[in-house]
Design a protein around this ligand. Sequence first.
Ligand code: GUN
Ligand code: FE
Length: 430
Amino acid sequence: MTESFIIHGDIVYSKDLTELACYENGWLVCDSGISGGVYKTREEIPVRYQAYPVVDHTDCLIIPGFTDLHLHAPQFAFRGLGMDKELIDWLDEVAFPEEAKYSDSRYAGTAYRMFAEAMKNSGTVRALIFGTRHTDATMLLMDAMEKTGLVSMVGKVNMDRNCPDTVREESSEVSLSETERWLQLTKERNYSNTYPILSPRFIPACSDDLMKGLANIQGKYHLPLQSHLSENQGEVKMVKKLCPWSTSYGQAYDRFGCFGANGPTVMAHCVWSSDEEMLMIKKNKVYVAHCPAANMNLSSGMAPTRKYISMGIKVGIGTDVGAGHCKSMFDAMVQTIEVSKLYWKYVDIHAKPVTMEEAFCLATRIGGSFFGKCGAFDEGYEFDALVLDEREIRTPIADLSLKERLERFIYLGEYRDIKAKYVRGSSILI
Ligand code: GUN
Ligand code: FE
Protein backbone atom coordinates (compact mmCIF):
# COMPACT_ATOMS: atom_id res chain seq x y z
CA MET A 1 0.00 0.00 0.00
CA THR A 2 1.28 3.44 -0.86
CA GLU A 3 1.37 5.64 2.16
CA SER A 4 2.14 9.19 3.09
CA PHE A 5 4.84 9.69 5.68
CA ILE A 6 7.94 11.64 6.62
CA ILE A 7 11.37 10.02 6.92
CA HIS A 8 13.93 11.48 9.28
CA GLY A 9 17.63 10.78 8.74
CA ASP A 10 20.74 11.78 6.80
CA ILE A 11 19.53 12.41 3.27
CA VAL A 12 21.76 12.53 0.17
CA TYR A 13 20.85 12.68 -3.50
CA SER A 14 22.30 13.99 -6.76
CA LYS A 15 21.48 17.54 -7.73
CA ASP A 16 23.37 17.02 -10.95
CA LEU A 17 26.54 15.28 -12.13
CA THR A 18 28.83 17.31 -9.91
CA GLU A 19 26.81 18.25 -6.87
CA LEU A 20 25.19 16.29 -4.07
CA ALA A 21 22.26 17.62 -2.05
CA CYS A 22 23.06 16.76 1.59
CA TYR A 23 20.68 17.10 4.54
CA GLU A 24 22.12 15.87 7.84
CA ASN A 25 19.20 15.20 10.20
CA GLY A 26 16.86 16.09 7.35
CA TRP A 27 13.21 15.40 6.68
CA LEU A 28 11.98 13.74 3.48
CA VAL A 29 8.26 13.76 2.68
CA CYS A 30 6.47 10.98 0.82
CA ASP A 31 3.04 12.12 -0.32
CA SER A 32 1.09 9.16 -1.74
CA GLY A 33 4.17 7.75 -3.49
CA ILE A 34 5.51 11.12 -4.67
CA SER A 35 8.27 13.14 -3.05
CA GLY A 36 6.97 16.18 -1.18
CA GLY A 37 10.51 17.52 -0.95
CA VAL A 38 13.37 17.51 1.55
CA TYR A 39 13.58 19.91 4.49
CA LYS A 40 16.35 20.90 6.88
CA THR A 41 14.09 21.17 9.93
CA ARG A 42 10.77 19.71 10.99
CA GLU A 43 9.31 23.25 11.16
CA GLU A 44 10.07 23.87 7.48
CA ILE A 45 7.84 21.01 6.37
CA PRO A 46 4.72 22.54 4.71
CA VAL A 47 1.59 22.52 6.87
CA ARG A 48 -0.22 20.14 4.50
CA TYR A 49 2.32 17.40 5.34
CA GLN A 50 2.89 18.15 9.03
CA ALA A 51 0.44 15.54 10.32
CA TYR A 52 2.02 12.66 8.37
CA PRO A 53 3.57 9.98 10.59
CA VAL A 54 7.35 10.18 11.02
CA VAL A 55 9.48 7.12 10.26
CA ASP A 56 12.60 7.54 12.32
CA HIS A 57 15.85 6.53 10.62
CA THR A 58 18.09 8.84 12.61
CA ASP A 59 21.80 8.27 11.81
CA CYS A 60 21.01 6.23 8.68
CA LEU A 61 21.85 7.37 5.17
CA ILE A 62 18.81 7.84 2.95
CA ILE A 63 19.38 7.87 -0.80
CA PRO A 64 17.31 7.34 -3.95
CA GLY A 65 17.19 3.72 -5.14
CA PHE A 66 19.18 2.64 -8.20
CA THR A 67 18.11 2.06 -11.77
CA ASP A 68 19.84 -0.95 -13.35
CA LEU A 69 19.66 0.12 -16.98
CA HIS A 70 20.64 -3.25 -18.46
CA LEU A 71 20.53 -6.89 -17.39
CA HIS A 72 19.42 -10.32 -18.58
CA ALA A 73 17.11 -12.29 -16.27
CA PRO A 74 17.76 -15.73 -17.86
CA GLN A 75 21.49 -15.24 -17.38
CA PHE A 76 21.17 -14.84 -13.62
CA ALA A 77 21.24 -18.64 -13.32
CA PHE A 78 24.87 -18.87 -14.55
CA ARG A 79 26.21 -15.63 -13.07
CA GLY A 80 29.87 -16.00 -12.18
CA LEU A 81 30.43 -18.83 -14.67
CA GLY A 82 31.99 -19.03 -18.14
CA MET A 83 33.89 -15.77 -18.08
CA ASP A 84 36.90 -16.89 -20.12
CA LYS A 85 35.43 -16.03 -23.50
CA GLU A 86 34.75 -13.03 -25.68
CA LEU A 87 31.24 -11.95 -26.67
CA ILE A 88 30.40 -14.10 -29.71
CA ASP A 89 31.86 -17.35 -28.31
CA TRP A 90 30.34 -16.56 -24.92
CA LEU A 91 26.91 -16.15 -26.51
CA ASP A 92 27.27 -19.43 -28.44
CA GLU A 93 28.76 -21.52 -25.68
CA VAL A 94 27.37 -20.03 -22.47
CA ALA A 95 24.38 -17.70 -22.90
CA PHE A 96 22.41 -19.34 -25.74
CA PRO A 97 22.49 -22.91 -24.33
CA GLU A 98 21.08 -21.59 -21.04
CA GLU A 99 18.49 -19.38 -22.73
CA ALA A 100 17.28 -22.40 -24.75
CA LYS A 101 16.06 -23.94 -21.49
CA TYR A 102 13.39 -21.23 -21.17
CA SER A 103 11.17 -23.06 -23.66
CA ASP A 104 10.37 -25.14 -20.57
CA SER A 105 7.96 -23.07 -18.49
CA ARG A 106 8.66 -25.05 -15.33
CA TYR A 107 12.37 -24.29 -15.52
CA ALA A 108 11.67 -20.67 -16.46
CA GLY A 109 9.26 -20.22 -13.57
CA THR A 110 11.75 -21.53 -11.04
CA ALA A 111 14.69 -19.54 -12.43
CA TYR A 112 12.71 -16.31 -12.71
CA ARG A 113 11.37 -16.58 -9.16
CA MET A 114 14.99 -16.81 -7.96
CA PHE A 115 15.94 -13.85 -10.13
CA ALA A 116 13.05 -11.70 -8.94
CA GLU A 117 13.80 -12.49 -5.29
CA ALA A 118 17.42 -11.43 -5.86
CA MET A 119 16.32 -8.17 -7.46
CA LYS A 120 14.03 -7.46 -4.53
CA ASN A 121 16.97 -8.06 -2.19
CA SER A 122 19.18 -5.42 -3.77
CA GLY A 123 19.60 -1.68 -4.04
CA THR A 124 17.82 -1.70 -7.38
CA VAL A 125 14.38 -0.12 -7.50
CA ARG A 126 13.95 0.04 -11.29
CA ALA A 127 15.40 -2.07 -14.06
CA LEU A 128 15.45 -2.67 -17.80
CA ILE A 129 15.45 -6.44 -18.20
CA PHE A 130 15.94 -8.79 -21.16
CA GLY A 131 14.08 -12.10 -21.07
CA THR A 132 14.52 -14.71 -23.79
CA ARG A 133 12.77 -15.06 -27.14
CA HIS A 134 10.09 -17.21 -25.45
CA THR A 135 6.80 -15.36 -24.96
CA ASP A 136 5.39 -17.64 -22.26
CA ALA A 137 8.57 -17.59 -20.18
CA THR A 138 8.75 -13.81 -20.54
CA MET A 139 5.23 -13.57 -19.10
CA LEU A 140 6.41 -15.64 -16.11
CA LEU A 141 9.29 -13.19 -15.70
CA MET A 142 6.90 -10.24 -15.81
CA ASP A 143 4.57 -11.91 -13.29
CA ALA A 144 7.54 -12.51 -10.97
CA MET A 145 8.83 -8.94 -11.29
CA GLU A 146 5.34 -7.51 -10.70
CA LYS A 147 5.16 -9.40 -7.40
CA THR A 148 8.40 -7.81 -6.15
CA GLY A 149 6.93 -4.31 -6.17
CA LEU A 150 9.94 -3.02 -8.13
CA VAL A 151 9.31 -1.08 -11.33
CA SER A 152 10.65 -2.78 -14.43
CA MET A 153 10.58 -2.77 -18.18
CA VAL A 154 10.89 -6.33 -19.43
CA GLY A 155 11.52 -7.52 -22.98
CA LYS A 156 10.68 -10.62 -24.93
CA VAL A 157 13.84 -10.93 -27.02
CA ASN A 158 13.73 -11.00 -30.83
CA MET A 159 16.32 -13.09 -32.70
CA ASP A 160 15.88 -14.78 -36.08
CA ARG A 161 19.39 -15.35 -37.45
CA ASN A 162 23.01 -16.23 -36.57
CA CYS A 163 22.15 -18.25 -33.50
CA PRO A 164 21.43 -21.91 -32.74
CA ASP A 165 18.03 -23.34 -33.74
CA THR A 166 17.24 -23.78 -30.06
CA VAL A 167 16.98 -20.03 -29.54
CA ARG A 168 16.27 -18.78 -33.06
CA GLU A 169 12.76 -17.78 -34.06
CA GLU A 170 11.67 -19.44 -37.31
CA SER A 171 11.34 -16.26 -39.33
CA SER A 172 10.89 -12.52 -38.98
CA GLU A 173 7.12 -13.02 -39.41
CA VAL A 174 6.98 -15.46 -36.51
CA SER A 175 9.12 -13.19 -34.34
CA LEU A 176 6.90 -10.18 -35.07
CA SER A 177 3.62 -12.02 -34.55
CA GLU A 178 4.92 -13.46 -31.26
CA THR A 179 5.84 -9.91 -30.24
CA GLU A 180 2.28 -8.77 -30.96
CA ARG A 181 0.92 -11.74 -28.98
CA TRP A 182 3.23 -10.91 -26.09
CA LEU A 183 2.15 -7.26 -26.10
CA GLN A 184 -1.49 -8.36 -26.05
CA LEU A 185 -0.81 -10.63 -23.05
CA THR A 186 0.94 -7.82 -21.16
CA LYS A 187 -2.10 -5.61 -21.76
CA GLU A 188 -4.45 -8.29 -20.43
CA ARG A 189 -2.36 -8.75 -17.26
CA ASN A 190 -2.89 -5.09 -16.36
CA TYR A 191 0.34 -4.85 -14.35
CA SER A 192 0.91 -1.85 -12.08
CA ASN A 193 4.73 -1.79 -12.11
CA THR A 194 5.81 -3.90 -15.07
CA TYR A 195 6.01 -2.63 -18.63
CA PRO A 196 6.98 -4.14 -21.97
CA ILE A 197 10.10 -2.95 -23.78
CA LEU A 198 10.99 -4.09 -27.30
CA SER A 199 14.24 -6.06 -27.25
CA PRO A 200 15.88 -6.93 -30.55
CA ARG A 201 18.93 -8.81 -29.27
CA PHE A 202 21.38 -7.01 -31.59
CA ILE A 203 21.76 -6.60 -35.34
CA PRO A 204 23.83 -9.77 -35.81
CA ALA A 205 20.88 -11.83 -34.52
CA CYS A 206 18.07 -9.85 -36.20
CA SER A 207 17.28 -9.81 -39.93
CA ASP A 208 16.58 -6.54 -41.74
CA ASP A 209 12.87 -7.40 -41.98
CA LEU A 210 12.69 -8.12 -38.28
CA MET A 211 14.34 -4.80 -37.37
CA LYS A 212 12.03 -2.86 -39.67
CA GLY A 213 8.98 -4.69 -38.31
CA LEU A 214 10.00 -3.88 -34.74
CA ALA A 215 10.40 -0.19 -35.63
CA ASN A 216 6.80 -0.25 -36.91
CA ILE A 217 5.58 -1.90 -33.72
CA GLN A 218 7.50 0.62 -31.63
CA GLY A 219 5.86 3.54 -33.43
CA LYS A 220 2.42 1.91 -33.37
CA TYR A 221 2.36 1.25 -29.60
CA HIS A 222 4.72 4.04 -28.42
CA LEU A 223 7.04 1.56 -26.75
CA PRO A 224 10.60 1.92 -25.49
CA LEU A 225 13.32 -0.24 -27.06
CA GLN A 226 16.56 -1.72 -25.74
CA SER A 227 19.43 -3.44 -27.53
CA HIS A 228 23.23 -3.79 -27.69
CA LEU A 229 25.65 -1.57 -29.61
CA SER A 230 29.37 -1.73 -30.42
CA GLU A 231 30.31 -3.92 -27.46
CA ASN A 232 33.02 -5.99 -29.12
CA GLN A 233 35.30 -5.42 -32.12
CA GLY A 234 34.36 -8.72 -33.78
CA GLU A 235 30.68 -7.84 -33.39
CA VAL A 236 31.22 -4.41 -35.02
CA LYS A 237 32.94 -6.13 -37.99
CA MET A 238 30.07 -8.58 -38.26
CA VAL A 239 27.56 -5.74 -38.52
CA LYS A 240 29.65 -4.05 -41.23
CA LYS A 241 29.47 -7.32 -43.19
CA LEU A 242 25.75 -7.82 -42.60
CA CYS A 243 24.93 -4.16 -43.40
CA PRO A 244 27.62 -3.17 -45.95
CA TRP A 245 25.69 0.03 -46.74
CA SER A 246 25.98 1.28 -43.16
CA THR A 247 28.37 4.01 -42.10
CA SER A 248 28.30 2.75 -38.51
CA TYR A 249 26.56 0.11 -36.37
CA GLY A 250 24.38 2.85 -34.87
CA GLN A 251 23.50 4.17 -38.30
CA ALA A 252 22.32 0.66 -39.22
CA TYR A 253 19.92 0.70 -36.24
CA ASP A 254 18.89 4.19 -37.32
CA ARG A 255 18.20 3.14 -40.91
CA PHE A 256 15.90 0.40 -39.59
CA GLY A 257 14.08 2.99 -37.44
CA CYS A 258 15.35 1.53 -34.15
CA PHE A 259 17.60 4.34 -32.95
CA GLY A 260 15.31 6.72 -31.14
CA ALA A 261 13.06 7.82 -34.03
CA ASN A 262 10.10 5.72 -32.89
CA GLY A 263 10.41 5.95 -29.10
CA PRO A 264 12.78 6.08 -26.13
CA THR A 265 15.80 3.87 -26.79
CA VAL A 266 18.65 2.44 -24.71
CA MET A 267 21.79 0.87 -26.15
CA ALA A 268 24.04 -1.20 -23.90
CA HIS A 269 27.85 -0.99 -23.98
CA CYS A 270 28.93 1.45 -26.77
CA VAL A 271 32.57 0.51 -26.15
CA TRP A 272 33.74 0.86 -29.76
CA SER A 273 31.44 3.59 -31.05
CA SER A 274 32.92 5.81 -33.75
CA ASP A 275 32.70 9.59 -33.53
CA GLU A 276 29.85 9.47 -36.03
CA GLU A 277 28.01 6.90 -33.93
CA MET A 278 28.47 8.99 -30.78
CA LEU A 279 27.05 12.06 -32.50
CA MET A 280 24.07 10.04 -33.65
CA ILE A 281 23.51 8.72 -30.11
CA LYS A 282 23.44 12.31 -28.89
CA LYS A 283 21.30 13.67 -31.70
CA ASN A 284 18.74 10.88 -31.35
CA LYS A 285 18.69 11.15 -27.51
CA VAL A 286 19.55 7.47 -27.20
CA TYR A 287 20.54 6.42 -23.67
CA VAL A 288 23.82 4.56 -23.16
CA ALA A 289 23.74 1.75 -20.60
CA HIS A 290 27.34 1.51 -19.41
CA CYS A 291 28.11 -2.01 -18.21
CA PRO A 292 31.62 -1.96 -16.75
CA ALA A 293 31.64 -5.52 -15.39
CA ALA A 294 30.78 -6.91 -18.81
CA ASN A 295 33.44 -4.68 -20.41
CA MET A 296 36.00 -6.51 -18.27
CA ASN A 297 34.56 -10.03 -18.02
CA LEU A 298 34.16 -10.50 -21.78
CA SER A 299 37.40 -8.59 -22.52
CA SER A 300 35.35 -6.22 -24.63
CA GLY A 301 37.36 -3.11 -23.80
CA MET A 302 36.69 0.05 -21.84
CA ALA A 303 33.72 2.23 -22.73
CA PRO A 304 34.63 5.93 -23.09
CA THR A 305 32.22 7.02 -20.39
CA ARG A 306 33.89 10.40 -19.80
CA LYS A 307 33.43 11.23 -23.46
CA TYR A 308 29.72 10.39 -23.34
CA ILE A 309 29.25 12.44 -20.18
CA SER A 310 31.10 15.45 -21.67
CA MET A 311 29.00 15.26 -24.81
CA GLY A 312 25.84 15.49 -22.70
CA ILE A 313 24.73 11.99 -23.67
CA LYS A 314 22.46 10.34 -21.11
CA VAL A 315 24.49 7.53 -19.55
CA GLY A 316 23.09 5.10 -17.01
CA ILE A 317 24.71 2.05 -15.45
CA GLY A 318 23.80 -1.60 -16.03
CA THR A 319 24.97 -4.66 -14.14
CA ASP A 320 24.48 -6.70 -17.34
CA VAL A 321 23.99 -9.93 -15.44
CA GLY A 322 25.22 -12.52 -16.63
CA ALA A 323 28.10 -10.96 -18.63
CA GLY A 324 28.30 -8.88 -15.47
CA HIS A 325 28.83 -11.30 -12.61
CA CYS A 326 26.75 -9.61 -9.97
CA LYS A 327 23.45 -7.82 -9.45
CA SER A 328 24.84 -5.10 -7.15
CA MET A 329 24.54 -1.54 -8.42
CA PHE A 330 26.95 -0.54 -5.63
CA ASP A 331 29.57 -2.74 -7.31
CA ALA A 332 28.59 -1.42 -10.74
CA MET A 333 29.23 2.17 -9.61
CA VAL A 334 32.67 1.21 -8.28
CA GLN A 335 33.46 -0.63 -11.53
CA THR A 336 32.37 2.44 -13.51
CA ILE A 337 34.90 4.53 -11.62
CA GLU A 338 37.63 1.88 -11.89
CA VAL A 339 37.23 1.27 -15.63
CA SER A 340 37.28 5.03 -16.24
CA LYS A 341 40.59 5.30 -14.36
CA LEU A 342 42.19 2.62 -16.55
CA TYR A 343 40.76 4.31 -19.65
CA TRP A 344 42.32 7.58 -18.48
CA LYS A 345 45.78 6.05 -17.95
CA TYR A 346 45.84 3.62 -20.87
CA VAL A 347 43.72 5.20 -23.59
CA ASP A 348 43.19 8.94 -23.23
CA ILE A 349 45.00 11.08 -20.69
CA HIS A 350 42.45 13.84 -21.32
CA ALA A 351 39.52 11.63 -20.30
CA LYS A 352 39.40 12.36 -16.57
CA PRO A 353 38.12 9.49 -14.41
CA VAL A 354 34.45 9.37 -13.47
CA THR A 355 34.01 10.78 -9.96
CA MET A 356 31.99 9.21 -7.16
CA GLU A 357 29.39 11.98 -7.51
CA GLU A 358 29.09 11.28 -11.22
CA ALA A 359 28.79 7.49 -10.82
CA PHE A 360 26.07 8.04 -8.19
CA CYS A 361 24.25 10.45 -10.50
CA LEU A 362 24.38 7.95 -13.40
CA ALA A 363 22.98 5.18 -11.17
CA THR A 364 20.18 7.31 -9.74
CA ARG A 365 19.09 10.54 -11.45
CA ILE A 366 20.20 9.87 -15.02
CA GLY A 367 19.36 6.17 -15.23
CA GLY A 368 16.12 6.89 -13.37
CA SER A 369 15.12 9.54 -15.90
CA PHE A 370 14.43 6.77 -18.43
CA PHE A 371 11.37 6.05 -16.26
CA GLY A 372 10.36 9.72 -15.96
CA LYS A 373 10.70 11.77 -12.77
CA CYS A 374 12.72 9.18 -10.86
CA GLY A 375 16.09 8.82 -9.17
CA ALA A 376 16.07 11.94 -6.97
CA PHE A 377 14.12 13.49 -4.11
CA ASP A 378 13.08 16.66 -5.95
CA GLU A 379 9.48 17.58 -5.18
CA GLY A 380 7.20 15.75 -7.60
CA TYR A 381 9.58 12.85 -8.21
CA GLU A 382 8.44 9.27 -7.63
CA PHE A 383 9.41 8.17 -4.15
CA ASP A 384 12.04 5.43 -4.48
CA ALA A 385 14.41 5.35 -1.52
CA LEU A 386 16.97 3.20 0.28
CA VAL A 387 17.73 3.47 3.98
CA LEU A 388 21.32 2.39 4.60
CA ASP A 389 22.69 1.09 7.86
CA GLU A 390 26.45 1.63 8.21
CA ARG A 391 26.95 -0.23 11.47
CA GLU A 392 28.70 -3.17 9.81
CA ILE A 393 31.33 -0.83 8.32
CA ARG A 394 33.35 -0.72 11.52
CA THR A 395 35.93 2.01 12.05
CA PRO A 396 36.94 4.31 14.91
CA ILE A 397 36.55 7.34 12.63
CA ALA A 398 33.45 9.21 13.75
CA ASP A 399 33.46 12.53 11.94
CA LEU A 400 32.77 11.69 8.31
CA SER A 401 30.77 14.04 6.13
CA LEU A 402 27.62 12.79 4.38
CA LYS A 403 29.56 12.75 1.13
CA GLU A 404 32.24 10.55 2.67
CA ARG A 405 29.65 8.25 4.19
CA LEU A 406 28.00 7.86 0.78
CA GLU A 407 31.35 7.18 -0.89
CA ARG A 408 32.25 4.57 1.71
CA PHE A 409 28.89 2.86 1.40
CA ILE A 410 29.19 2.72 -2.39
CA TYR A 411 32.52 0.92 -1.98
CA LEU A 412 31.75 -1.25 1.04
CA GLY A 413 28.00 -1.56 1.45
CA GLU A 414 26.11 -4.75 0.78
CA TYR A 415 22.46 -5.47 0.31
CA ARG A 416 22.34 -6.79 3.87
CA ASP A 417 23.06 -3.25 5.03
CA ILE A 418 19.92 -1.94 3.35
CA LYS A 419 17.59 -1.39 6.25
CA ALA A 420 14.55 -0.29 4.28
CA LYS A 421 13.59 0.09 0.65
CA TYR A 422 10.72 2.06 -0.84
CA VAL A 423 9.42 1.98 -4.39
CA ARG A 424 6.75 4.51 -5.38
CA GLY A 425 6.21 5.05 -1.67
CA SER A 426 5.56 1.39 -0.87
CA SER A 427 7.85 -0.40 1.56
CA ILE A 428 9.58 -3.44 0.03
CA LEU A 429 10.52 -6.03 2.62
CA ILE A 430 13.99 -7.38 2.00
N1 GUN B 1 24.98 -8.87 -27.21
C1 GUN B 1 23.94 -9.61 -27.66
N2 GUN B 1 23.42 -10.37 -26.69
C2 GUN B 1 24.15 -10.10 -25.58
C3 GUN B 1 24.09 -10.59 -24.23
O1 GUN B 1 23.27 -11.42 -23.86
N3 GUN B 1 25.02 -10.09 -23.39
C4 GUN B 1 25.94 -9.17 -23.77
N4 GUN B 1 26.81 -8.72 -22.88
N5 GUN B 1 26.02 -8.72 -25.01
C5 GUN B 1 25.13 -9.18 -25.91
FE1 FE C 1 23.47 -7.34 -22.38
